[in-house]
Design a protein around this ligand. Sequence first.
Ligand code: CU
Length: 662
Amino acid sequence: MIKSKLMMSAIVLLMASIYLPSCKPKNVSSATSGDAAIKSFVAPGKYDEFYNFVSGGFSGQMTVYGIPSGRLFRAIPVFSVDPEKGYGYTEETKPMLNTSHGFVPWDDLHHPALSTTDGIHDGKWAFGNANNTPRVARIDLKTFRTVEIIEIPNSGGNHSSPFITENTEYVVAGTRFSVPMDNNRDVAIDTYKENFRGTVSFINVDKESGRMGIAFQILLPGVNFDLARAGKGKSHGWFFFSCYNSERANTLLEVNSTQKDKDFVMAVNWKKAEEYVKSGKGVKKDVSYAHNVYDEKTHSATSTMEKEVIMLDPKDCPDMVYFMPCPKSPHGCDTDPTGEYIVGSGKLAAIIPVFSFTKIQAAIAAKNFDGDYEGIPVLKYDAVLHGEVKKPGLGPLHTEFDADGNAYTSFFVSSEVVKWKLSDLSVVDRVPTYYSVGHLCVPGGPTKKPWGKYMIAYNKITKDRYLPTGPELAQSAQLYDISGEKMKLILDFPTIGEPHYAEAIPAELLSKNSTKIYRIEENAHPYVAKGEKEAKVERKGNEVHVYMTSIRSHFVPDNIEGVKMGDVVYFHVTNLEQDWDVPHGFAVKGANNAELLIMPGETQTLAWRPDRIGVFPMYCTDFCSALHQEMQGYIRVSPAGANIPLTFSTGKKAAPAPEAAK
Ligand SMILES: [Cu+2]
């Protein structure tokens, strides 16, 4: 009773801290260091030192900023359609957003993860999670494009994702919402405790191609999984997941899931799980989930429905899963660069528990259990604890590390970042954030080799930090210099959507591999025109396929006649340029779907369904040359029964369309 009253007052405090505008400290400008401008200044024409991959939260995209300048370079469309790039609108990219629920145009991306080899950033891929309709995406860091998306079955909100193992053997996906499973899905919500279960999925990643596949899932009690980190070094082979709602409440969670003093960090021995899968302990489950892959040779995506996953039940697989008590609704669950320490962060806690991997192993060997939770052994808190960071702040959320044995923990409620030492757990510095920081990023912070130098705080509230822009304000990041003893705020920069989590990587690891063009001779798109001579228009029933080319500053063909009402016109536009940074665009009047943006050597397709007769202009939308404005054409649409032959031309008399194709 007392505990729950205390908890209520903590919640009231938390609410107050969210809504009180008076949280702005006096003399804000004095919080910025005197040489801030020099430290974050990247002169015109100079490069940034790091790429910062930031989740776009509810925008469903990932954004890329330069550090230390805070300049925005790119928004990478991942789980939402994007009118700047045509992603999700072109015929080639629509399959990327296909799911077992059909086409989903907008999702919620929370956590980027950058691939590692031997625990160190390798610059190959970025992964991101779709929170709402559970999926994991892979982005190719040569092109900064989403090339694969896999849906996660038996999941109800993919928050605890996409965290990766040391050699990117696996990407994990833990479900936030537990859900009813198998054939027992139409159940009363208040049968939660009997019928709802959680899962974590291990998705394997091919070392060379990066191609993903769900290796296995683990069936778990109906808690909410929040975040996760793989072990590394000595703890390689283990994965740690924070979970809350061990009360297994299904309503008013802000009260009902905060009743217990401690929830859990779950430790999974995934090497052991692999053995169980090999020895046939897994049960095949009938499911249906989309697996979407973009092929860079055909410039097209395919979507395949997969039908099966292997499920491991800890009941049949002893020594695979353990719970460790962790105070007050844990969010962050972070392993230090050595892999020895696992830092839990209870959202409503006033201490930070640090677990020791060595002690976890000893406690497991000695069966030093505090009973079980739904059949899974619970390790004794004191037996696995390295120690607690005392009085660090209120509401620890997430921890990153530098290479010098320091940890940086964000505090949402007290709106600050606290630096502490892993060796003796002493607090050595604290700085305010403006306001209510969520995750942090130290370049390389989750890896074996933190690059350090900067710490970036991603804040939930920006009230009064920028010029007002109506009811919705820009969310923001704040950059701190951590090269000295004291952390120094050096820059604010606005972000797109909610900057939920981010990773940063040295620019040189990516910039040298960046794709400049697609080679036209390697273009295997079924509707490519590899030169103007191959440009043509073909009719197949009511489909009209335009094999169109674009090069500065004209289309071939640029005059098309013979289209009739009821036709669907597919403009397959190949950009013939073989020069870096010369995209062309394509738009036709009245297109309900989209426009196109086509990279050098690429083919993209716009499907156009004319809704009236007439002559319709079309033009290039990406300013490509001095005569960009001249890059235009016309397409004529006649009545359904008209006798106008299909013809096409550029700069000469119209040629008839090939007879054979009619
Ligand atoms: Cu152009």
